[in-house]
Design a binder for this molecule. Sequence first.
Ligand code: CP
Length: 498
Amino acid sequence: MAFFNRDLTDIHCFTTDELFYVLDKAAEIKKLIKNKEVSKYKLGTGKDIIVASLFYENSTRTRTSFEIAAMRLGLQTTGFTGTEGTSVKKGESLRHTLDMYEAYNCDAVIMRHPLDGSARFAADHLGIPVFNAGDGKHEHPTQTLLDLFTIREHLGRLKDFDIGLAGDLKYGRTSHSLVVALSKFPGVRLHLFSHEDLALPDALVSHARESGVELTVHEDLGDMASKVDILYSTRIQKERMPDLSEFERAKAISEFTFDMLEKTRDGFGLMHPLPIDKYAPSIAPSIDGHPKAIYKEQAGNGVPTRLVELALSLGLIGADFGGQAYAPPKERAQFIEELEVVQKPARTDVSIRPIRDNGVVIDHMRPYREELLTRVLQVRERGDSYRCGTLKALNRPGAIKGMLMIENRELTTEELSVVAAVSPGCTVNIIRGGQVARKIRLQLPARISGIAEMCCPNRGCVTRFEHAESVAPAMLRAGRDQMRCYYCDQLMPSAEMF
Ligand code: CP
């Protein structure tokens, strides 16, 4: 079964067939709940299934709707709401807390956590399904499923429509997941409005555009609202801002007013993941209850969608799915290209003394990356004898290149992956007995991990040293010279991960 035992950590991991299947099932369940056809949705009764609900951050909707969904399914729940009263307050790591719920034989974990990428870590760490109920500013995929459900319910379709996203597009995880999901449907025209400090991250803008989404950035909220079928307003995420002046600037321009609502299209729907901050409202209170304001219905859709998500991963439904199932992209295993060995006399026209006996020569590096490479290969700590520098590239007049030679050292495959990350496209000569025994060219590997010096530049990432979660960084190739954090999806030039 395509969904059995599956984690729901991010929205990337759904095909459109799977998304439609979840939404169709949720529509059925919504009707069944409304009609109290209990035996058709209470599918877990008598199966002794316990779901752990671990909320490290505040929540009303996500936690309650998951719990109600579990109750309606006939499951039992345990866990915590906020860390007060738990051993997290005694300094317990995420890993150890998760271990407890597995040791108690819980069947699934629903987790909200302040660190980006914590859900992916939890999913990898545990052998039971993990539902991401929001991880830092990264993703909120179960919110997105209820958002898609609401859009389809309101418009009758998930293609060929205009949708505006407003508010905090930088820190708002609901917008991040929604943009990824919308990129999977044809004819979506995405309109963005935010304070410039809170704009949608470039990586998501690029992802949407590359997926064929028509994207327009607006300078006026009312003007944008008049051009869309759905407006998805969001709260300014004050709690995630290092600088509160960002909050003051953004709140001043972010309120959607009754006047703006009156100028919207027929059939317009005003959505919001909620909560609305009553001190800095992103939607004027006078709009509540208006037929175009669909955010209460939207929140209500959290129960049938989350019930379906739980039921699918726990194997209670899903056997009839016949569409295209998600398959992770294949990793490009080969990053080492063997080159023909041509013995050449040692150069005498450069200031760097060649290796006379055994060692490695890392050549054709990006200029000035040699020092970085000595650091990540721990050349000094090991007491290696080495030479490095940036010098003229003889075969390309006017060009320069970096070079690092290390005496009496051969590099492991893992170390070669580091070299590749620091300077993709470089060559490595393995010298034995003064002769080139092997010559290779390195490209960025599909995945790099296990390197102590590696660090995700996103300060909110679960792998960062300062959070003391002991999660080793892992990076995935995202382009010719670009990497992506496996946990939090932060993009970076390859040299910036050290
Ligand atoms: N939309 C949402 O995540 O709401 P809560 O924070 O109340 O769970």
